[in-house]
Design a protein. Structure first.
Ligand code: N1C
Length: 308
């Protein structure tokens, strides 16, 4: 008969036949193994190839939650404000926007980078509705907010999405740089944001037709600046076959200085450029509908009591 023993014999240790010495050795071996594993894990974590840190620039970094803001603004514009554009694919637009600058050298941005984004956001606005501006951002937008049939670039889908945001990436990383972005003057001119505004401003001007308007700031020294986006990009991209006239409104701050008016040589420079481009030009100081808006903010100023 076979020996079916389930309990140890007297004096025999249950289930284990190792000597005490062997057990100590095994314990030490186990400890060494655990220690080696811990060291290996720590070294592995420390030496794991991590994305190199972003370069440091002099400009403000990418706006926090950039992608979410772009997506939210796109849906607000296409689903709420202009439902005739509800067919626009905001997911694609968001991707095209980030792909335009992610994993790329932020000092080597080009018009080409934004071509898909431009295509996805194309939009036609009626003739006689384009409003350009230079150094008069707030006032020009107050004007088009009241005159709802007029459009600044920021009243179009692309301008609405990007207005006030910052963005840049890095050639060595697929992430956005939230710390800093190249500054136009201190780092490089071909940065993603400057190239973007030049590119979309060019398209905005190319698409304009009929009588177009520009709101200029007559209370600063560079009322018309040949190096501004308006002076450098937009006036040179208006199509004379489509644009019959540029109407300038030279606005002066309420109670502010009058640095330039329609009769200033600076405004003549603008007139001259347009005459060369075969576009007629008219100019008016302190256009009443816009002056009214300035007066809403300064109702007690003496210059506001006589405009009605
Ligand atoms: O350089 P600017 O003005 O003459 O540019 C304004 C001009 C407008 O007519 C717009 O169509 O160019 C277009 N444009 C914008 O719409 C825009 N939104 C925000 C140009 N720039 C725009 N920004 C930012 O303001 C951008 O960062 C750019 O550098 C400034 C230019 O403002 P500006 O000098 O007063």
């Amino acid at each position: 008969m076979s020996d079916h023993r389930f309990s140890p014999m007297p004096g025999e240790e249950p289930g284990c036949h190792l000597s005490k010495k062997a057990k100590v050795c095994l314990g030490i071996l186990l400890c060494v193994l655990v220690a080696v594993t811990i060291v290996a894990v720590v070294v592995g974590v420390l030496k794991w190839p991590r994305a190199p840190p972003h370069r440091e620039w002099n400009g403000t970094g990418t706006t926090p939650h950039f992608s979410e803001i772009v997506l939210g603004r796109c849906y607000t514009y296409t689903q709420v404000l202009w439902p005739e554009l509800r067919h626009k694919d905001c997911g694609q637009i968001g991707k095209a926007f980030t792909n335009a600058f992610l994993s790329k050298d932020p000092c080597n941005s080009s018009e080409q980078d934004y071509q898909l984004l431009l295509k996805l956001t194309n939009q036609t606005t009626p003739c006689h509705t384009s409003v350009f501006w230079s150094k008069s951002n707030q006032l020009a937008h107050l004007y088009t907010r009241v005159q709802q049939d007029m459009f600044t670039l920021e009243d179009t889908l692309m301008g609405y999405i990007a207005d006030g945001l910052n963005w840049c990436g890095d050639a060595g990383s697929s992430e956005m740089n939230y710390q800093s972005c190249p500054h136009w003057g201190k780092d490089c001119i071909n940065n993603p944001k400057s190239v973007f505004w030049d590119t979309v401003s060019k398209r905005f001007a190319e698409n304009a037709c009929g009588v177009v308007q520009v709101v200029l700031n007559g209370s600063i020294s560079n009322t018309f600046d040949k190096n501004s986006t308006f002076g450098r990009v937009e006036i040179h991209n208006l199509h004379p076959e489509k644009v019959s006239r540029l109407q300038a409104w030279v606005m002066h701050d309420i109670g502010g200085v009058r640095s330039h008016s329609c009769s200033s040589p600076l405004i003549n420079d603008l007139k001259f450029i347009l005459s060369q481009r075969k576009i007629s030009f008219t100019c008016q100081d302190d256009y009443r509908p816009i002056k009214f808006l300035q007066c809403v903010k300064n109702p007690d100023h003496s210059s506001c009591s006589s405009i009605i």
